[in-house]
Each structure stands twice: as structure tokens, then as C-alpha cells.
Design a protein around this ligand. Structure first.
Ligand SMILES: *Cc1c(COP(=O)(O)O)cnc(C)c1O
Length: 426
């Protein structure tokens, strides 16, 4: 489609946007007597207006029913997490048995590695990308040490030969092939948090399996951002948080996927707790652990209902909006941002996210040319002008127009403001 750099053109795209009404379902932060330009849904998503009621209802049921709330009330707590299962499965392209919401992202990564990273002296390496999100690297390195191996030897960090331009999937595949039988686990992001690059998970999973390695993905920046087909892609496991694109609130309960192939792999080692025990016999309180089939078998504790309530509210919004339709809008919304930046600010701003829309989600990472202190100043001035984006050292501004609640006018006004700030910054 051809774009035009004009406010009335952006307004026209908003008028004809079939998903436009979803913005009204969210609390948009205020700026002066209007609304902020909120491009930070990749860090903390906005609050759906239904969230408060969902939390309040659980507080009321707790007050009214106390312990009986486990079995009575609007949404009994004992099976509460099951209310989320099918919606979560649709979101990531999974069968219901393959998903569960529990813990937080890094905790789930540890639980998955406890089962799926089983190094031997011959096969002990873990492949991550250089510049991985620190928590993932800490988790991987600590798991390697936990098994008595040395991260200097066992942690393989893939660097891009083209600097910040992202990783070439041919190169990644070649490294997987050359690591071969030394490789135990490929642990890569669905969307890289810094560059915004989307990885070809189907291809990487095939490459990992071809050398006998496990394929695990961190979907922190992919869940709620891209349509996913984890089951068909044959991914072994995946973990994600629900407070970024998933809008389930700060520190939200996280997601976890375990492929159906492993649903009955009861011989796998796992760090067990009573909530992973077969629910039919859990309350016989027997000493032997009998895991439930599927992802639920990795649950450890009974879930925090007050924290699951916002996730339920959010999943209902995603279910209604539909990931395929969101992606369609997202391609156009981010495409419009890219168009305006190229049209107006090509000298001052370098887009380091891949130019191919198939290789990115909604986020564009922008390198501000000039000194670091100037780049930092530009970020601060944008904030003062009512733009919430995200700053990453040393000189990158991450902006994420989110199709659920951002508009084409947001995009247009953002570029206006950035142009203003750039022309006046020293
Ligand atoms: C946001 C993010 C995390 C955060 O981890 P928590 O356990 O939720 O604190 C981890 N990894 C990646 C890649 C992220 O983007």
C-alpha cells in the first residue's frame, strides 16, 4: 500500500481501521489535556478497562466465601488457571495440553532447563545470541554451572557478522550444524528485545533437531506481538512473560509451552511441586509424585488468583481481537512508522530493526546518530513532549506501536515530535 506523510492521511487510516475500537478498551496515560503517545507496550502493556472488575470480583469472593472460594463463587480458584488454557493455546498456536500460565518467565526457563537441558560430557553446549537479555544469559550460565560445566566452554554466544543489523538465519543454521553433537540446547528469542528482529523459529527448530539438540524459545517479545504456531513448528519448549505485549500488568504470571510430544515424558527430571501432581489424586496427599500429563505437570505451587485475574481479562481481549487481524494492522502501523522515518528523518535516525516486515514484530529500534549524550537528550525531550518510548544504552530508542491500542495518528504525531526535538537538540 502507498502511504502519504500527512495528518489527514493518518486520520483516514484510523477511520477505516477495523480494530480501532479496541483502543477504548484500555486506559491510555494522560498528557496535559490529551493522551500520551504510548509506544512502550514492549516493556509494560497498558491496562484493559476490564482488569479492575476481574480483580475486584476475586477480592469479593475471598471476602464472601473465604476458603469455600476454591470450589464456589463466579470462578472457583481450584480450576481457575484452566480458564486461561484455551485462550493461551490459541495465542501461541498450541494444543491446550501444551500450555500453562505459572510463575515468571525466568523461573519457567529454569524449570524447562531442569527437564530439557541434560548435558553429558560429549553434548553440553547451549546456543544463545550475543547480547541476549541478561536474565536469559544468567539462567543459562547458572544451569551450565549447576551441572558442573563451565559457561566459557559450554555457552555459545552467536554474534552477528553485520554488527547490530541482526542475525542472518543462514549463519545461525551453519553454527548449529557445526556445533553438531556438542550442542544440547538452542535457546533463542522469538523476537530479539534489543534489535526487534524476529527469528524463524520453525527453521531453527528443524536445524536444532537435525543435530539432536532441543529447541527452546524465549517469547517475551513475541507473545501477543506475532502469530505463533509452536505446535506445528515442533518447538520443544517456550516461555514468555505476560506484562509486555500481553497487558496483564507489572510482574504478571508468565506463560509456558511444552510440546505434546513431551506430555507424557514422565521420566524427564523435573523440579516438582504438588500442583504438578495429577489433579485427580492430588488431595490424597500421597508421598509419591505423579505428574499430570502436559505443561500443567510442571506447575509447582498453587497459582496466585489475584495475579491471574488480569491475565484472564487480557486474554479475553486478545481472543476477541484475534492475533491474525492484529498482525495485519501491525504490519501497516509499523510500516507507516518506517515510511515516515525514512521520508523525514533518514539523516538523523537509523533503523536497526530488519527492513523485511516478515523479520520483525511491531517494534522498531532506532539509532540516533551523533553523540551518546545528544541521543540521551533527545529521549528526555521526547518524554517531556508526552512520548513514552524506551531507551537502551548506548544510543538506541525502541518504539513499539501496538496494534491493539495505538493509532496511525500516534505514529504521525510521534514522528512530528521526534523531528522537532531533533532539530532543536544540540
Ligand atoms: C522481559 C524479558 C525477561 C524478563 O524476565 P522476568 O523473569 O519476567 O523478570 C526475560 N527475558 C527476555 C528476553 C525479556 O525480554
Amino acid at each position: 500500500m502507498s502511504f502519504r506523510p500527512a495528518a489527514d492521511f493518518a486520520a483516514e487510516l484510523d477511520r477505516t481501521d477495523p480494530l480501532a475500537s479496541y483502543r477504548q478498551q484500555f486506559h491510555i496515560p494522560r498528557y496535559q489535556d490529551g493522551e500520551e503517545i504510548y509506544f512502550c507496550g514492549n516493556s509494560l502493556g497498558l491496562q484493559p478497562k476490564t482488569t479492575e472488575r476481574y480483580v475486584r470480583e476475586e477480592l469479593e469472593d475471598w471476602a464472601r466465601l473465604a476458603v469455600k472460594g476454591h470450589f464456589a463463587g463466579r470462578r472457583p480458584w481450584m480450576p481457575y488457571h484452566e480458564l486461561l488454557t484455551e485462550k493461551t493455546a490459541r495465542l501461541v498456536g498450541a494444543e491446550p495440553v501444551e500450555v500453562v500460565n505459572m510463575n515468571s518467565l525466568t523461573v519457567n526457563l529454569h524449570l524447562m532447563m531442569a527437564s530439557f537441558y541434560r548435558p553429558t560430557p560429549a553434548r553440553h553446549r547451549v546456543l544463545v545470541e550475543r547480547g541476549a537479555f541478561p536474565s536469559d544469559r544468567y539462567a543459562a550460565a547458572s544451569q551450565i554451572r549447576f551441572h558442573g560445566f563451565d559457561p566459557d566452554v559450554s555457552l555459545v554466544e552467536l554474534a552477528s557478522s553485520a554488527g547490530h543489523r541482526g542475525l542472518d538465519m543462514d549463519e545461525v543454521e551453519a553454527v548449529i550444524r557445526s556445533e553438531g553433537e556438542r550442542l544440547a540446547l538452542v535457546l533463542l528469542p522469538g523476537v530479539q528485545y534489543y534489535s526487534g528482529q524476529a527469528f524463524d523459529m520453525a527453521r531453527l527448530t528443524r536445524a536444532a533437531h537435525a543435530v539432536g539438540a532441543v529447541a527452546g524459545f524465549d517469547l517475551a517479545h513475541a507473545a501477543g506481538n506475532l502469530p505463533l504456531q509452536l505446535h506445528d513448528w515442533d518447538v520443544d519448549f517456550a516461555v514468555w512473560c505476560n506484562y509486555k505485549y500481553m497487558n496483564a500488568g507489572p510482574g504478571a504470571v508468565a506463560g509456558c509451552f511444552v510440546h505434546a510430544r513431551h506430555a507424557r515424558a514422565f521420566m524427564l527430571p523435573r523440579f516438582a511441586g504438588w500442583w504438578g501432581h495429577d489433579k485427580a489424586t492430588r488431595f490424597r496427599m500421597q508421598p509419591e509424585f505423579v505428574p499430570m500429563p502436559g505443561a500443567e505437570g510442571w506447575q509447582v505451587s498453587n497459582p496466585p488468583i489475584l495475579a491471574l485475574a488480569p491475565l484472564l481479562a487480557s486474554l479475553e481481549v486478545f481472543d476477541a481481537a484475534d492475533m491474525a487481524r492484529l498482525r495485519e494492522k501491525s504490519l501497516r502501523l509499523t510500516g507507516y512508522l518506517e515510511f515516515l522515518l525514512d521520508e523525514r528523518l533518514a539523516e538523523a535516525v537509523e533503523i536497526i530493526t530488519p527492513r523485511n516486515p516478515a523479520e520483525r514484530g511491531c517494534q522498531l529500534s532506532l539509532r540516533i546518530t551523533g553523540t551518546r549524550s545528544r541521543a540521551r537528550e533527545i529521549f528526555t525531550r521526547l518524554e517531556q513532549a508526552g512520548v513514552t518510548a524506551d531507551w537502551r544504552e548506548p544510543d538506541v530508542l525502541r518504539v513499539a506501536p501496538v496494534p491493539l491500542y495505538n493509532t496511525y495518528t500516534d505514529v504521525y504525531r510521534f514522528v512530528e515530535k521526534l523531528a522537532q526535538v531533533l532539530s532543536t537538540a544540540c
